[in-house]
Ligand binder design. Structure first.
Ligand SMILES: NC(=O)c1ccc[n+]([C@@H]2O[C@H](COP(=O)([O-])OP(=O)(O)OC[C@H]3O[C@@H](n4cnc5c(N)ncnc54)[C@H](O)[C@@H]3O)[C@@H](O)[C@H]2O)c1
Ligand SMILES: [Zn+2]
Ligand SMILES: [Zn+2]
Length: 360
């Protein structure tokens, strides 16, 4: 079958091969998924460049949707033919995080699945990135990594929920808990940032400023709820206009760099909330003074997978989509075949790109 393999950290492209096989059994609590759609999220590119951890060789891809084609002997809640969203941080349901309302932080399934070789080619074994490897025609994963959904939702829409949309909307609603009539800035308006903008709109923000280094990306953000736009250079000016220079109630950083995290903190008003959504490198340091942290009383929050409880939040997102309040169709700016995945990474910096979906 066809799959996109990362051979080594630092490789500038994936090796899209058609001789990849699944290795090992479909375990008693595993499911085998036929992939239908996979989104190109920046985190795959960050795994390639070494910003995020990966164990090469690995089949990449972590945002996706598909159909169950086989279930393990102990799987009772899923059946062949089920339409599913794939989750890269699945809740085991048993650990302390899962039992105490933070299932997105559960690492039980993630650790197990990342350390299990699931693929092989030319005598080499390969791992599944984040245990799901959505850049493959078929993938075997833990049953917890899939959520069954109604048959009325197209696969391309479902794939977005698997990472970018859940992360961005969740950051606005679950992590920031944006209040009605507040002022919000979102720095970095790719797939995750546009979702954060939509989350802010859903939460009732009165002003939503989209900030991006690529001006072409800003124009598109207006249809998703941005009321004003700024480049990093004009952010202060726009903040003056919107907040009288006080700063925004909420700033969501959706880039993943120390420098933009610092800008996000600076753009937040005293007592406001800065949310770090972007996934940056371990070595990328951000400096805060001991004085400003207490004196500003800003809340600096991380957001991992949008603070999601997938058993609740996928339904919520789909209800919002059905009600016409979450625009997922317009987020898909191009459709690719798996062999074009490297073009997809290059196109992340194109002004017209929000989310690109690989269709199988
Ligand atoms: N927290 C999580 O659980 C989680 C989940 C998914 C993705 N992510 C991360 O979220 C980030 C965004 O992902 P994406 O798929 O939307 O990426 P993307 O490449 O589609 O979008 C990033 C945007 O940031 C803009 N940008 C880059 N540098 C900038 C700067 N200095 N100032 C302003 N804008 C700048 C780019 O022009 C682009 O529009 C990545 O770091 C990704 O790894 C985090
Ligand atoms: Zn758990
Ligand atoms: Zn992602």
């Amino acid at each position: 079958m066809q799959a996109a393999v990362l051979h080594g950290v630092g490789d500038s492209s994936l090796d899209v091969r058609d001789d990849v096989e699944l290795v090992g059994e479909v375990g008693p609590t595993d499911v085998k998924v036929k992939m239908h759609a996979a989104g190109v999220c920046h985190s795959d590119l960050s795994a390639m460049s070494g910003i995020l951890p990966v164990m090469p060789p690995s089949v990449l891809g972590h945002e996706g949707s598909g159909e169950i084609v086989e279930v393990g002997s102990l799987v009772t809640d899923l059946a062949v033919g089920d339409r599913v969203i794939i989750t890269w941080t699945p809740p085991c349901g048993k650990c302390r995080y899962c039992r105490h309302g933070q299932p997105n932080l559960c690492t039980t399934m993630l650790m197990q699945s990342m350390a299990t070789p699931r693929f092989g080619y030319e005598g080499t074994e390969a791992f599944a990135f984040l245990g799901v490897a959505t850049f493959s025609e078929y993938s075997v994963m833990a049953q917890e990594a899939v959520t069954k959904v109604a048959d009325d939702v197209p696969y391309d829409i479902l794939s977005l929920l698997g990472c970018g949309v859940m992360t961005g909307v969740g950051a606005a609603i679950n992590t920031a808990r944006i209040e009605p009539a507040s002022s919000v800035a979102v720095i970095g308006v790719g797939g995750v940032g546009i979702s954060a903008i939509q989350g802010a709109r859903i939460a009732g923000a009165s002003e939503i400023v989209a900030v991006d280094a690529i001006e072409g990306k800003l124009e598109a953000s207006k249809r998703f709820g941005a009321t004003k736009v700024a480049t990093p250079d004009t952010l202060q000016e726009v903040s003056q206009e919107v907040t009288g220079g006080e700063g925004f109630d909420y700033v969501l950083e959706c880039v993943g760099k120390g420098v933009t995290i610092r800008s996000a903190f600076d753009a937040t008003r005293r007592g406001g909330t800065t949310v770090v959504v972007g996934a940056g490198a371990n070595e990328d340091m951000v400096e805060f003074s001991a004085f400003e942290l207490f004196f500003s009383e800003k809340r600096l929050l991380g957001s991992y997978y949008g603070g999601a409880d997938v058993r609740r939040d996928y339904d919520r997102l789909l209800d919002l989509w059905r009600a016409g309040r979450l625009d997922l169709e317009s987020m898909i700016t191009s459709r690719l075949k798996l062999e074009q995945v490297n073009d997809g990474f290059e196109a992340l910096t194109d002004p017209g790109t929000i989310r690109q979906v690989i269709e199988y």
